[in-house]
Design a protein around this ligand. Sequence first.
Ligand code: C2E
Ligand code: CA
Ligand code: CA
Ligand code: CA
Length: 279
Amino acid sequence: AKETGRNNFQFYERGLNQRAMDRLQLEMELRVALEHGQFSLHYQPQVCLTEGRVTGMEALLRWNHPDLGAVAPARFIDLAEETGLIVPIGYWALRSACLQNKRWQDAGLPKFHVAVNVSARQFADKNLAQCITSILQETGLEPRYLELELTESLVMDNVDHTVNVLSALKDIGVRVSIDDFGTGYSSLSYLKRFPIDMLKIDRSFVRDILHDPDDAAIVRAIISLAHSLRMGVIAEGVEDARQLDYLRKNRCNQIQGYYISRPVPADDIDAFLRAGNAV
Ligand code: C2E
Ligand code: CA
Ligand code: CA
Ligand code: CA
């Protein structure tokens, strides 16, 4: 038994070391990726249900790894966050999304905002507002065509900090939405005080909206909360026409999801927009 124990221990140790090595390897590769331009953004349209037109595009990070191919954010975002690499990666994403939106506008497309995800580390960064100001200046994008997606848990984590950052962002004139809404817990009194443009209903509630009465009730509650607070509301993860109909009937303003389009490279967005996709 003793021996087995020791073997198990060694095995466990080796396992731990292996995991530590994997992390180091991944961290090193993330640094290389940033230096060598291996990141790109995919874009997913956000559609207004009453106007039937595209009002926004969410920018979603992709890592084009030389051996592994396209790596989804789920596989590296957490480590990027832990190591702090998410901060430079996040600024890269902000700059490139703003630049892309300016290009779409210069090409004469109807205007829409680009929505960029902001991580906890980036939200804590003292230079956030200043960096956004310079990115907007450099790229020439008007502030109202940039939206920042902040998760519910992030904004509720340290409300004093949130109040300060949100007021700085409001002065700049960018839009703010609360991502994954419903998965954290919001203080309604703060929600009322924060200058927020949109609530974004988390995909986990939208998925079973037609079969799970609880999820449907939560979705309706979030929609009416948003309306009472004079905020817009968007549902993410809409995959079929029946979900869309339900959301429209219940006065959800906007939707985003595979039913409209998967996230695609910027070049494919041009074709998508020219095809004129009314809902
Ligand atoms: P998120 O912000 O909640 O983004 C929505 C995720 O749902 C995206 O996954 C998107 O591809 C996926 N999705 C969209 N529509 C549908 C649908 O109809 N059905 C299903 N099943 N999925 C759908 P993705 O692109 O893998 O991104 C995952 C997460 O990684 C994002 O979740 C976000 O938290 C994070 N992320 C992505 N890009 C960035 C970034 O530039 N910065 C930061 N900090 N985080 C990012
Ligand atoms: Ca998001
Ligand atoms: Ca989300
Ligand atoms: Ca989500």
